[in-house]
Design a protein around this ligand. Structure first.
Ligand SMILES: Cc1cc2nc3c(=O)[nH]c(=O)nc-3n(C[C@H](O)[C@H](O)[C@H](O)COP(=O)(O)OP(=O)(O)OC[C@H]3O[C@@H](n4cnc5c(N)ncnc54)[C@H](O)[C@@H]3O)c2cc1C
Length: 463
């Protein structure tokens, strides 16, 4: 068994696997130490009701290159599919209402279509319209702010509460009034800073949508075998370099080398790609300030409940990818994905509909704490209220994801950059990365992890 490698990676989720892959492609010998029996971390696809169903992420954003590029490198491009529909609903005022297609993360681009949608009051639409004429109120130097502050200022409370918060909040299981716009809504931050001479978010969103449409790429993609296939293909490509059931409990040193304990393997360079609260104690002896920053990142817990229900037990046409539930609705349910419509290749039995229902967000810990029976009972009641589910499920699977969504507060990116600079000074060949750094989305995890590997390997030019 190898006892020395150029690059050791701790954590075999998509971040750790991508870091090792980058190292391997740069010619380094690599080893990945993963605590669990199977690699992939949060990317898990498991059998459910006759298909492979994702237990967390079910797609990645395709309009940014990192995940698509990785799929090409792994030869997965022919396995990628996009959702069968881009249309979705939101639960508002006691009904499921279709989200207007002309929006960017909830920022409307067509105010007439917004008015016709009935999602906002007349006053709410007029308040949103003010964005077109309000003076430039961007903070000088474009520092970070919360998603809520930006949207309330430009477009008003209704756009935030009824459009932006359900969409952005569901991506991060977060509270828009406490989430960094730079991290949680990168596209909105880009829109805000788009044109130095024009502060209108609506005009910026129109320009960004037009530019995205030119690329003709789908918004989301996923392997037909589920997101677990991406992690699995990556782990397979790395082969014996991935050691499962191999937690690192301490990072030691041996002269100028790092030592992974208890495996006893030495490495010239190390990337730690575990959740922030796991990474903190591991790097504390080396860089206590970085550890303190990581330990201070707050997390939300969620549960994802898969249900197989008789199709004739639902009073809704299910003509969309699913629906979102704003916090103000007071339900346990935060979102429901209509799997059989969203992913037609998973609709193998027309008499059965597959659903994925989400619970929990920043400030609501019930995804972690509610006992199984109560969780399912309350969810079924919510699904009855919202989408007319009136039949008992044939199959149910609960996946808990405690402390799974790091919450980027305003100023997060600057704090991450400061932590990275400090770590580089104290331990130049040690890097930390993961979903806590610059975004939870799979492409962001891949981008950051590959950059971390290049950094510790001393690759200065990205070729
Ligand atoms: C319910 C849910 C839905 C999501 N939906 C989407 C989506 O649709 N699209 C999208 O892009 N993203 C989505 N995400 C986010 C995305 O899945 C995650 O941000 C991403 O998979 C995190 O990858 P990671 O490698 O950074 O962390 P993880 O997947 O958490 O991997 C960390 C790994 O480190 C291991 N580990 C922990 N401690 C140790 C130790 N001491 N030694 C060795 N190994 C250790 C863990 O076992 C784990 O395998 C979703 C997340 C959740 C929870």
């Amino acid at each position: 068994m190898t006892t020395h490698v150029d690059l050791a990676v701790v954590g075999g989720g998509i971040s750790g696997l991508a870091a090792a892959w980058e190292g391997r492609r740069r010619g380094a010998s690599v080893a990945v130490f993963e605590a669990e029996r199977r690699p992939g971390g949060k990317l898990q696809t498991s059998p459910f009701a006759g298909v492979g169903l994702d237990e967390s992420a079910d797609a990645f954003l395709a309009r940014v290159p990192e995940a698509v590029d990785l799929c090409h490198e792994l030869g997965l491009e022919t396995e990628l599919v996009s959702p069968g529909t881009g249309s979705a609903y939101v639960w508002l005022d006691g009904a499921l209402r279709r989200l207007p297609p002309d929006q960017l993360l909830g920022v409307p681009t067509d105010l007439d279509a917004l008015a016709a949608s009935g999602l906002l009051s007349d006053a709410g639409v007029e308040r949103a319209r003010q964005d077109l004429t309000l003076p430039d109120d961007r903070p000088a130097g474009a520092p970070d702010e919360s998603v809520g502050d930006l949207i309330r200022r430009r477009l008003g409370d209704e756009v935030l509460d009824r459009l932006v918060a359900p969409l952005v909040g569901s991506i991060y299981a977060g509270d828009c009034d406490r989430m960094s716009v730079q991290v949680a809504a990168t596209q909105l931050a880009a829109a805000r800073d788009h044109d130095p001479s024009d502060a209108s978010l609506i005009r910026a969103a129109r320009a960004l949508r037009a530019r995205a449409a030119e690329t003709e790429r789908p918004v989301f993609l996923a392997p037909t075998g589920g997101m677990g296939r991406l992690a699995g293909a990556l782990a397979d490509a790395l082969g014996d370099a991935v050691r499962t059931g191999a937690p690192m409990i301490a990072l030691g040193s041996e002269g100028s080398l790092w030592r992974i304990e208890p495996a006893g393997v030495t490495a010239d360079a190390v990337v730690v790609a575990t959740p922030a609260f796991v990474t903190a104690p591991l790097v504390s002896p080396v860089a206590p300030d970085v550890a303190a920053f990581l330990a201070g990142i707050e997390h939300a817990s969620v549960a994802l409940v898969a249900l197989a229900v008789p199709r004739d037990g639902i009073d809704h046409p299910l003509d969309g990818s699913g629906f979102l539930v704003p916090r103000s609705a007071g339900l346990l349910l935060t979102a429901c994905s209509w799997v059989s419509t969203k992913w037609p290749h998973l609709a193998v039995d027309p008499s059965t509909t597959l659903l994925r229902a989400s619970v929990g967000h920043d400030g609501d810990d019930r995804g972690r704490t509610l006992p199984d029976g109560a969780l399912v009972e309350q969810l079924l009641a919510d699904l009855g209220t919202t989408m007319g589910l009136h039949a008992a499920p044939d199959e149910v699977r609960i996946t808990r994801w405690p402390r799974s969504f790091p919450q980027p507060r305003p100023g997060h990116l600057a704090a991450v950059a400061a932590a990275e600079r400090s770590l580089a000074r104290q331990a130049p060949r040690l890097a930390v990365t993961g979903a806590w750094a610059r975004g939870v989305g799979v492409p962001a995890c891949i981008r950051e992890a590959r950059a971390a590997a290049r950094h510790v390997l001393g690759v200065t030019v990205d070729t």
